[in-house]
Structures are given as structure tokens and as C-alpha cells.
Write a protein that binds this ligand. Structure first.
Ligand SMILES: Cc1ncc(COP(=O)(O)O)c(C=O)c1O
Length: 393
């Protein structure tokens, strides 16, 4: 009989089980909301990226339904063959105006936007200077480009400068950071990195996945928050988190975007968004422009919840955003914290190596604009109870 050549994967899974790191997928039974049913249980949901509650906003739902009726459920092709619909072009124009850049190209996801962009614009003769905590999609894009990758310690601009200073003047260099770091919720060293990029002629790129819809005027992101318009060559945003739907986009000059139309592999080789997705993203931009009070509510909730966790004595790291980690140390301890919270009615996903460093496993909390004070107070009371039980506070 043929032996299973994939048998080693079951051994790997057993090892995860023994370390207390094996996870089953939590299944959402209804809508992605502040209180939702996961695995048949009603829980206060602190695990989504649905910062503004737009996944269920009536204007987005109406736009998606209307576009589906008018244009069907799929685009039927990749963008470069027959899959560029008028609504895709409208979304790109709208996002470019929103981001105050010449042009935007939309990808199927934020992951595809990062990986597709970095791998398209560089080659093996080039160098990438990258923050050590940058997102996996940036890391994969860097690897795919075959450029040399130089990693600087988190937010250490002096270390980045030492790397850049020693590189040949004529070599093409990309300096890249997340705008908001997804596991710690702190902000990238964007203004100082812009200065460094200008000093040495580097291409400056910021991944604003978790800043889109959250930071800056009407949620324009960290470039707006830090007032560095015109100093960042490449801005990546996501349509999958605060915007509530799905997708990623890259904003920059017209020539840069047209180059990506010709060379970014996810753009060339993967089917474009269904019209419903493009339509709901267009409606989301309307909401960001017309209902900025939703963003104010997100920040009020963030201050209340983050302040509550700190008062209780939890280690919340260096967060400056609605992402607040509760650091537990060992992976199994973080998973235990997450499991006990869930049993008590609060969903905060545990994250361990390789997503975060081995000794910095955590549960990650993300509040949204739609959480009520009662929901957040219940979550704080539950964190207090379980945190004491596990000796974290
Ligand atoms: C910093 C960062 N960049 C990019 C992405 C990818 O975005 P998307 O979920 O739209 O693929 C994520 C999502 O986890 C992220 O956290």
C-alpha cells in the first residue's frame, strides 16, 4: 500500500497539541458584530478588524445588492484581460482622490497589494530596508523580489540609517514600514523614515492596512495623521478591515500605478473583485466622508477600553491604536487566557509563535465603534476575573 507522503504533517500537528498551541477555527454563526455568535456562543467580540462596524452598514449592504443585480456576481476575468469593469475604475479614481494621490490600483486583498507591489518594482540588484515587525505580506513580497533584505530593529531609525549609509549610492533602495503594527498596535516611525528616505534617495513605502479608516482626517491613514503627504512614494491600504469589505489598494504616482497594471502578478494573474465588493467599497468611502462621527466613536471606545486594561494592571505593550495586546508570555498561557475569556463570554484571539515572538504570546483585542459601554465594561470585568485567576494581574 502507498505510504502517505504527507504523514509528517500529522506529526507536526501532534507537536502543536503537546505545546498547547493547536487551534480549531472559531466559526461565526451570524454577522460580524460587537456581540456575535461564535461556535454557538454569544460573546463580546474583540477579535475582528471591523473597526467601524461597516461589515453590516446599511449603505454598504444596499450598494452590494444593487451592484449584484445590475452587474452579476463575478467579474469573469483578470483585470488585464476582460475583468476591468467601470465600477473598478470608479473605485480607483475615488480612492486616489480620497488619498490625495495621482492614482490608485486595487488588488484582491491587502496581502496581494503588498506582495504584488514589492515583488514587481524591485529585482535582485536592489536592497530593501524593512522594520523587523513588518507584516508577513511585506516579507513575502521582499522574498519574491529577490532583492537583498536588510532588517532593522523595530522603529530604530538610527539603525536603519546605519544600514542605508553603508549601501552604494547608486543602488536602488526601498525603505518600508507598517503604518500601524498589527500585533502591537503601535505606529511606525513614519516621519523620521521619510527624512531618511529623502536624505539617501530611497523609495519610501508605508503599509497602512490597520490605519485605513482609523487614523488621519476621515480615516485617510498615517500619512495624513503625520502630515507627510507627498513624502511617501507608495501607500498601501486595505479594504478588508475598517472599510468592511475585501481588498487592498496601492496609492502613488500615475506612472507607478500604470507600471503595476503591467507587472504586478496578482493583478495580472488573479480574477478581479466581484462588482458587489467594488460597490460596497465605494459606499464605504461615502461613509468615511459623510459620517466621521463613527471614527470619533471608535477612538472614544479605544480610550475607555485601553485605559481600563491598563488600570487593571495588564501589560498592554506600546499600543497607540484600537489594537491593544494583552501580553501573557508563553504561548500556552496566552491560549489559556483566550480560552477562559471565551468560556466567560469574551472573544479575544490568542496569538503565539510564529505570529509573534516566542516569549511575547498574547491575546489581541480590537474594539470597534459599535461596541456599547456595557459590552466594553463586561469585557473589562471578565479580563479582571480571568487575569487574576491566571496570575496575570
Ligand atoms: C499590516 C497588515 N498589512 C496587510 C494585511 C493584509 O490585508 P488583507 O487582510 O486585506 O489581505 C494585514 C492583514 O492582516 C495587515 O495586518
Amino acid at each position: 500500500m502507498r505510504q502517505d507522503p504527507l504523514a509528517y504533517l500529522a506529526t507536526e500537528l501532534d507537536s502543536l497539541r503537546q505545546q498547547g498551541l493547536y487551534r480549531t477555527l472559531r466559526v461565526l454563526d451570524d454577522r460580524q458584530q460587537a456581540t456575535a455568535h461564535f461556535d454557538g456562543r454569544s460573546v463580546v467580540n474583540l477579535s475582528s478588524n471591523n473597526y467601524l462596524g461597516l461589515t453590516t452598514h446599511p449603505k454598504l449592504i444596499a450598494a452590494a445588492l444593487e451592484a449584484t443585480k445590475a452587474f452579476g456576481v463575478g467579474s469573469g476575468s483578470v483585470r488585464t484581460i476582460a475583468g476591468t469593469m467601470a465600477i473598478h475604475m470608479e473605485l480607483e479614481r475615488r480612492l486616489a482622490a480620497f488619498k490625495k494621490t495621482e492614482a490608485v490600483v486595487v488588488f484582491q486583498s491587502g496581502f496581494a497589494a503588498n506582495a504584488g507591489t514589492v515583488s514587481a518594482i524591485l529585482n535582485k540588484d536592489d536592497v530593501i530596508i524593512s522594520d523587523e515587525l513588518n507584516h508577513a505580506s511585506i516579507i513575502d513580497g521582499c522574498r519574491l523580489s529577490r532583492a537583498a533584505i536588510k532588517v532593522f530593529p523595530h522603529k530604530d531609525v538610527d539603525a536603519a540609517r546605519r544600514i542605508v549609509r553603508d549601501l552604494p549610492a547608486g543602488q536602488r533602495k526601498l525603505l518600508i514600514t507598517d503604518g500601524v503594527f498589527s500585533m502591537d498596535g503601535d505606529l511606525g516611525a513614519v516621519p523620521d523614515l521619510c527624512t531618511l528616505a529623502e536624505e539617501y534617495g530611497c523609495i519610501m513605502m508605508v503599509d497602512d492596512a490597520h490605519a485605513s479608516g482609523v487614523f488621519g482626517e476621515n480615516g485617510r491613514g498615517t500619512i495624513d495623521h503625520f502630515h507627510v503627504h507627498g513624502r511617501v512614494d507608495i501607500q498601501v491600504g486595505t479594504l478588508s478591515k475598517a472599510v468592511g469589505a475585501l481588498g487592498g489598494y496601492v496609492a502613488g504616482s500615475r506612472a507607478f500605478v500604470e507600471f503595476l497594471y503591467h507587472r504586478a502578478r496578482p493583478f495580472l494573474f488573479s480574477t478581479s473583485h466581484p462588482p458587489a465588493v467594488a460597490a460596497s467599497c465605494l459606499a464605504a468611502v461615502d461613509v468615511l466622508e459623510q459620517e466621521p462621527e463613527i471614527i470619533d466613536r471608535l477612538w472614544e471606545n479605544t480610550r475607555f477600553f485601553k485605559g481600563g486594561l491598563v488600570k487593571l494592571g495588564f501589560n498592554t505593550g506600546l499600543s497607540e491604536s484600537p489594537i491593544t495586546p494583552v501580553i501573557a508570555g508563553e504561548g500556552s498561557r496566552a491560549m489559556k487566557l483566550s480560552d477562559r475569556l471565551f468560556q466567560e463570554g469574551v472573544f479575544a484571539q490568542g496569538l503565539a509563535f510564529p505570529t509573534v515572538a516566542r516569549d511575547k504570546a498574547r491575546v489581541r483585542t480590537i474594539v470597534t465603534a459599535t461596541h456599547t459601554r456595557q459590552e466594553l465594561q463586561f469585557a473589562l470585568d471578565t479580563f479582571a476575573k480571568v487575569g487574576r485567576e491566571l496570575g496575570l494581574i
